[in-house]
Design a protein around this ligand. Sequence first.
Ligand code: 3B9
Length: 330
Amino acid sequence: MAKESLTEAQERIETLKTLLNRYSYEYYVLDKPSISDKEYDQQYHELEKLEKAHPELITNDSPTQRIGGTILPGFTKVQHDSPMLSLGNAFNQEDLLQFHQRISKLTGQPLQYICELKIDGLAVSLKYENGLFTQGATRGDGNTGEDITQNLRTVKAIPLRLNEPLTFEVRGECYMPKASFVQLNADRDEKGLEIFANPRNAAAGSLRQLDSSIAASRNLSIYLYSATNFEQLAVETQDALLNRLAQVGLRTNPERRLFDSIEEVWAFTEEIAAKRKDLPYEIDGIVIKVNAFAAQEEIGYTVKAPRWAIAYKFKAEEAETIVRDIEWTV
Ligand SMILES: CC(C)(CNC(=O)c1ccc(Oc2ccccc2)cc1)c1ccc2c(N)nc(N)nc2n1
C-alpha cells in the first residue's frame, strides 16, 4: 500500500487506539463485547503495522505498549498517598452481630450495608493522571509498597486510559482466574517446574516477575473497590462509587448487594458460601461496609483499619489453601 501521509497515519492510529480501548472496556468491564476476537486482532495488527511504519507516533497508552521492553533490575519503593488499610475479621454470625451493635452506637444514621466479595488475590493501587495509567504498586505494609507498573500494564483488564481525564488513585485486588491457574499449573507440571499452591500465590508470583513478558503470559485480572480523592467523582456511597468506577472504565465485581439489616447480610454470606465453588475466581470471604460515606466518616477508623468495615472469612476450602502464603519478597 502506498505510504500514507503522516496526518492520515496519525488519524488512523488515533482512531484505532480509541476503538481498541473501547473494545477492551466492553469486553473486560461491561462483559458485553461488540466485536469478535478476530475483528479485535485485525484492528490490533493494523495498529502494530502503522506504529512500525511511524514509530514517532507510538504513545504510552497504545494497547501495543503493554509489555515493557526491558527486564527491571528490581522494584523501587512507593509511598502511598493515603494508607491502604486492612480489615478486621469476623468468623461467625455472632461476630457480625457484635460488629453491627458496636458501630450502631457510633452513628445516629440508619445503617445500610454493602457486601462485596473478598477476592483471593493481591491488593494493588493504580494511579491515573488526566485519565492515563501512570503507576501501579503493591500494598506492601499499607504505607509503602513496590512499584510494579510494568507488570500491571500487562493486565488487559486494567485500562491504560480512562473514559474520563481523571486524576486519582484506585485500589483493588489483582487475581488469577481459576481456569488460568489450572492451565498454568498443568503447563508447569508438564515442564517439570514447581506448581503454585493456589491462585493467590500464582498471582503474587506473577506480579513479582522482573520481566513483564512473564506477567503478560499469566492471564491476570483485577477488580477495583476503592478510590482516593473521589470528591471529583461526586458520589456519596460505596455502591455509587463502584458504579462510577465502572463508568470511567474500571472493572468492579458484580456480585455486590445492599442490605438494611445484619440478618440479611448473614443470609448473603450463606448464599455466597454455597456458590463459592462455582465462581470463576477464588474468594476468601465477604467484605461488609457501611454504604454511606457520611456514616463511614462518623464511625471512623482504628489505627490500621476502618471501624465501618469488616471481613467475614470463610473456612479454608482445601488443605492446600492452608499452605503458608508466599510473602511478598523480592
Ligand atoms: C475498606 C478497605 C480497607 C479499603 N479502604 C481503604 O483502604 C481506605 C484507606 C484510607 C481511607 O481513608 C483514610 C485516609 C487517610 C488516613 C486514614 C484513612 C479510607 C479507606 C478494603 C480493604 C480490602 C478490601 C478487599 N480485599 N475487598 C473489598 N471488596 N474491599 C476491600 N476494602
